[in-house]
Ligand binder design. Structure first.
Ligand code: CA
Ligand code: CA
Ligand code: CA
Ligand code: CA
Length: 394
């Protein structure tokens, strides 16, 4: 033993003392990185001064499987690919130190590595550019999340008390007005994104249903009880009329009653107008021939609401297609027939024929009013509707 010490003494005096393995490795950290993000592991705090050659290796998860290295550089970049945050694990650093020709030491150090969940991101919210009361509109959301393993829920507050879930939802606003729509997408780890948008819902004009009789008899009751169709649920309506003397209007229902006297014989022009709360209106203008009196042939020519100048085709000629003109844009005249009285009956027949034809085409659960709006009349009162998402976040 003494002899061996004497033999080694010259060698020890020529080399620096090797570092103790417990002081060799310094893993830095702890480290935190977002899912799919990158992080730089830094072992530059290791005590390698006495090493002639150094090698660094990193084991993510501490499972004895090397994920980075070996490398001669103390720092290495690691990407949290394919990991569903939140997730955490041990990060183990191995430092191999060579001293001189063949004497090596391996140091080991631990730290903590955390991969955080990444919130989803809303890419776009889409809806029809024009939304009308009583008409179904579809809202849809597109979003992204870097973590493929995450699941998501999409929640909508449509601003009228209606809540829905799903990437695409259907909504029917019962009334015109402005609504604030809030959509939230959330992942299963608590990450979320939201967007708030203003929606402008346009009013739809009411429409008078019913066909008044074209003839009346002296001393007999002539009556007409219209109904009003309005896609705006609970829209309140007001009625007005231009009637012969003696005729009366029920302003709550639009019902007209009249008992012509002997002096009322001949042709009379009547008009009836209904208006909703937003000021959109519909009018009927028709003639009644009073028979049975001795004073036939007179015409009071009472004129309709706004006069013929307001009519879409108010030049005294027959409307080429009275059905298509039947839904005026709010404030743009009336649905009135300016045709000569001899053409009135054919126009009435034509209108009813179109009515029946349209009704028979109804499919599914769409009601008559919806079909008329969506297929026949929709574009006519769809103007002035604000853009939906072009208005930006509020
Ligand atoms: Ca996640
Ligand atoms: Ca996520
Ligand atoms: Ca309305
Ligand atoms: Ca309305």
């Amino acid at each position: 033993m003494i002899l061996l010490s004497l033999l080694l003494a010259p060698l020890v005096s020529w080399s620096a003392p090797p570092p103790a393995p417990s002081d060799l490795a310094d893993a830095g950290g702890p480290y935190t990185v977002a899912a799919e993000g990158s992080v730089r592991f830094d072992a530059s705090g290791s005590s390698i001064e006495a090493c002639s050659r150094v090698s660094y290796e990193w084991d993510v998860g501490g499972d004895d499987s090397i994920d980075l290295g070996p490398s001669s550089a103390p720092a290495s970049t690691w990407i949290a690919a394919g990991i569903d945050g939140p997730w955490s694990a041990d990060l183990v650093l191995y430092v191999s130190c060579t001293v001189g020709g063949s004497i090596s030491y391996v140091g080991k150090a631990d730290t903590e590595l955390t991969v955080e969940n990444v919130a989803p991101v809303i890419d776009a919210v889409e809806a029809e550019t024009s939304i009308r009361e009583g008409v179904e509109a579809v809202f849809s959301l597109s979003f992204s999340d870097v973590e493929a393993a995450d699941t998501h829920t999409v929640s909508w507050d449509l601003g009228d008390g209606v809540l829905r879930t799903g990437s695409s939802v259907a909504q029917t606003y019962e009334q015109d007005g402005e609504y604030t729509v809030t959509v939230v997408v959330a992942d299963d780890d608590g990450g979320r994104d939201s967007r708030v948008q203003r929606v402008v819902v346009d009013n739809v004009a009411p429409f008078i249903e019913g066909e008044p009789a074209a003839t009346a008899r002296v001393d007999e009751l002539y009556s007409f009880e219209p109904t009003v169709v309005d896609l705006g649920v609970n829209d309140l309506h007001t009625w007005s009329a231009d009637l012969p003397p003696g005729a009366s209007l029920d302003r709550a229902t639009g019902a007209i009653s009249w008992v012509p006297g002997a002096a009322d014989g001949g042709e009379h022009t009547l008009s009836l107008t209904v208006q909703d709360e937003a000021g959109a209106s519909d009018s009927l203008l028709w003639t009644v021939q009073v028979e049975g009196g001795g004073d036939g042939g007179s015409s009071d020519g009472g004129g309709g609401d706004g006069g013929e100048g307001d009519r879409p085709w108010g030049d005294g000629t027959a409307d080429p297609d009275p059905w298509d003109e039947a839904w005026p844009i709010a404030g743009e005249g009336c649905r009135c027939s300016a045709a000569p009285s001899g053409l009135l009956l054919p126009l009435v027949i034509l209108r009813y024929a179109r009515f029946v034809a349209e009704y028979l085409r109804v499919e599914g659960d769409m009601d008559y009013a919806q079909v008329r709006q969506s297929e026949s009349k929709g574009p006519r009162y769809g103007e002035g509707i604000a853009e939906f998402f072009g208005m930006g976040v509020i």
